[in-house]
Design a protein around this ligand. Sequence first.
Ligand SMILES: [Zn+2]
Length: 80
Amino acid sequence: MSDSDQIKVCDQCLRASCWQGVYMCDDNLTAGTTRKTIRELRELKLEHESYWKTDDELTDDRIAEIEKDTFIDLLRRIDS
Ligand SMILES: [Zn+2]
């Protein structure tokens, strides 16, 4: 991840955690998304940088979650 990477954030509160549904702001229902670079987000100091993920990283996380769910489901089937 480099300073010029673009991160998708809520266009009202400018937080990635809001867009990802972790901490939603009051305007989240009507808010859209915008993009900020890591450098801009660092200057804003709104949230911990662990929330700043590029689209590729978010996709990887989602795939990992689906794989985990599938694995747990498989274990349940074997167990019963
Ligand atoms: Zn928001």
